[in-house]
Design a protein around this ligand. Sequence first.
Ligand code: GLN
Length: 489
Amino acid sequence: MIEHSLQAMAAALANKEISSVELTQLYLERIARHNSQLNAYITVDPARSLAQADAADARLARGEGGPLTGIPIAHKDIFCASGWLTTCGSKMLSNFVSPYDAAVIARFHAAGAVMLGKTNMDEFAMGSSNETSFYGPVHNPWDDSRVPGGSSGGSAASVAARLAPAATGTDTGGSIRQPAALCNLTGMKPTYGVISRYGMIAFASSLDQAGPLGRSAADCAILLNAMAGFDERDSTSLDRPAEDFSREINATSTAKPLAGLKIGLPEEFFAGGCSPEVMQLVEAAIGEYRQLGAETVSIRLPSMGLSVAAYYVIAPAEASSNLARFDGVRYGYRAPDYQDLNDMYCKSRAQGFGDEVKRRILIGTYVLSHGYYDAYYLQAQRIRRLIANDFASAFQKCDVIIGPTSPSTAFQLGEKAADPVQMYLSDIYTIAVNLAGLPGISIPCGFAGGLPAGLQLIGDYFTEARLLNIAHRYQQANAWHLQRPGGFD
Ligand code: GLN
């Protein structure tokens, strides 16, 4: 059952081969058995999950089930969920039980999905290795001395080890795609505004976007169908007609399903900077795409090289403003001893935030301060526009852009922790996509030294259904995405 696609799982539930309670129990047992090795979950609450499963079974018995009814899903601990501890990986929120559901959580509830637990993550989603969590690092199921990627590392590790059929993540600069790559999963960041950010704890609001982490593109399309949709409570949510993101996947296929597709290969992605083993796998995947009928064209993204620098001005600037709300007054951690109000703010924030979060707040307040705003923040915003323009010209010449997701396979725990800049460069291929607000997906494309590598596909705005299909056709032609790590029986 744990290797069933979401569609097959839904069919098994509909045919009464298994009940949602049994399926949920199966995963809860797997979590109980293996989570201590991975540290993928911050919170599991079996009674709550099983009550939801029970309700799902009743719904299925009435014949009212949908594609996700009764299926357990793990959620990144950045999504507020009513009655659940919602920590965002921080001591600051280590006592915060949310009184309401994020839009994403509410949508999964409405679909009848079961909430399996809250997954570990980098503190406030700041990181690329899941080592900045207050709850300790997550271990990669492919090699537990290595990182799973971040910041959605708990979600990725849980799905990779089959401790959840699928999970949610968020991606501000690569946090869905990079852990997907490092854990042999499919992970998608949709176009900015497609999924409501309501109740998703804010890091950098103009970049943050939720998305699915699954074992295949077909599974991700089903998850995205549940997650996407207009929400008036998020002012950046887009009011667009509902669409079925599985529609191209479900269309009949031919021997050359991608005939006529133009794949753009950015010179900047292939100019060095990526490990040769990963590059070899990416080149092989491009060869497979040609077999499927696609043609390739060389393109340029000239401002791409500035993306990490621009991101590390814009994201900390927004974070410094968003995180001002954590002051020990309304909710969250409050220092036990203090002299006066100011001292209470200082001590609560000094004790409640970890080093990476403090580093971002310092950078952010600096670049927004008088005299530096023009020199840093405005310049970064101009670069952001240039990057978006680069992509717009590229999409005149091609339908989809392909390259690596991450410059390397999973690195050792601790390897980059002491060098923030090295860590920041882990997202060199993903960050520009967030700056431009475009959709991107990472899919498994093979192994180097026993560790998975990811192929990134970037599309123009609102081409999720096509991107998912391009990923799906590749997954029908090979079995990389079906490989799972050993030792989690
Ligand atoms: N690694 C990047 C950062 O640390 C991106 C994180 C994310 O996408 N949430 O900011």
